[in-house]
Design a protein around this ligand. Sequence first.
Ligand code: NAG
Ligand code: NAG
Length: 275
Amino acid sequence: MFFIHFITNLQIFWTFTEAISNCDTGFCQTYPFDTYGDALQDKELVGHVFHSSVISNPVQCYMLCKDDCRCLSFNYKENNDVKYCELNEASHFTHDSFHKSSVGSRYYNLRRFLHGKKDIVLYDDYQAISGDAPNWHAYLIKRPYLLWLRNSSTHWRATCRYNTDGTVYTDYLRASLEDFDIIIDQPTMTDVCRPYEYVNIRGNECVNCTARTWYKKGDYPLHIDSGKQNDCDFDEHSKDAVSSEDNFGYYSKINSKFRCTSSDSDTTQLWIGGK
Ligand SMILES: *[C@@H]1O[C@H](CO)[C@@H](O)[C@H](O)[C@H]1NC(C)=O
Ligand SMILES: *[C@@H]1O[C@H](CO)[C@@H](O)[C@H](O)[C@H]1NC(C)=O
């Protein structure tokens, strides 16, 4: 085996506005809701409210948000015994700077899965998911473990549908941590050519080459964009790509010919390890 350790599907649960159309098909899924565990006390997202109402408890607000595919997060407020629910069409992931302190408010990010479309983040302040119980649906390792693994690793890779297909080199990514350190480097990349040892997207491949990469905290989960002409070595925009196609870890524009997004249940896995 090439890689020994694995990080597993570091996945994520928020959707972006592009997800609205997918929701029309009735494929929204959400996580169980924890009234206190999921809240950020004395916080609210401002400027993105599309619906407000008076309600009786946070769970009601959650239900309203869950059933409206525009809703990415919500504010719950108590004021003189009146309880308000504000649904936001943004979240602190999509608009980090709007996250303000506000006494008496609680902010909730809706943990929504849209089948298979789970964005991947490795931010250093991101919380672990599912504790010590690895699974293929929602699992993010604790940051200290990740750093420990990083210390004994030389490479990282991304695979598609590993849980069903195993290791397949079509739709596959591999980079050395020395060239591109996804664990330690600050995620500030938008549209930059980053070095990879191997890139394969829909059977188009390149070796020791650069590919158009996005990874910006609060804005873009780690991914390659293969749907536009670019100056990087890997430029496959004309071969079966869809416009602005996103590959590995972000799912704004998806292509069913790419194995990570060929069906609603497909996922992407990120791994670190050594040769
Ligand atoms: C990583 O390795 C360095 C050097 O060997 C060591 O100082 C550091 O404590 C290690 N970090 C972790 C998280 O294991
Ligand atoms: C790619 O780079 C690696 C590391 O420098 C090297 O071992 C390998 O032979 C190179 N492969 C090709 C096809 O150039």
